[in-house]
Design a protein around this ligand. Sequence first.
Ligand code: HEC
Length: 132
Amino acid sequence: MKGEDGRYYAENGEPTYRVAQGGQVDWYTFDGYRRYHAACHMCHGPSGEGSTIAPPLLVPLKAMDYATFQDIVIHGRQTVGPAQQWVMRAMGEDQNVVCYLPDIFVYLKARSDGALGPLRPDNHQPKPGPRL
Ligand code: HEC
């Protein structure tokens, strides 16, 4: 895992989270918590466990790569049949979502790996400054 401007990437280049000793998370994981709670939790539940209108995210996130995640959120997804009516709208035009997709992804990865609990991770690194 390597860090760049406060962001962490796995060996395979995927964005990832970092939880330091003592439980401090990187800024983007914390930011992902905020963005998730602004844009996704009303459907997917406060801790990603799903609801009557949307499936849980923590289990599928274990195996999902960033490209797939990005594609689903940008384009939306629906399964409409006799047994189920799942509709997730495309969010590719929503600046509050697309600009922060890696943050939401790393937050959900941390949750799905069990590295982070459902509570707001207030112990986090400061926001990285602008690039000089
Ligand atoms: C209006 C409710 C709603 C909102 C808001 C919403 N989703 Fe969804 N989401 C759904 C539904 C319904 C599905 C299932 C679609 C299907 O499988 O046909 C889904 C599916 C998904 C999946 C695929 C899960 C799987 O099992 O493969 C991901 C990933 C996902 N959503 C992420 C997000 C993220 C991240 C956000 C916030 C940026 C978000 N969703 C906001 C309703 C929502």
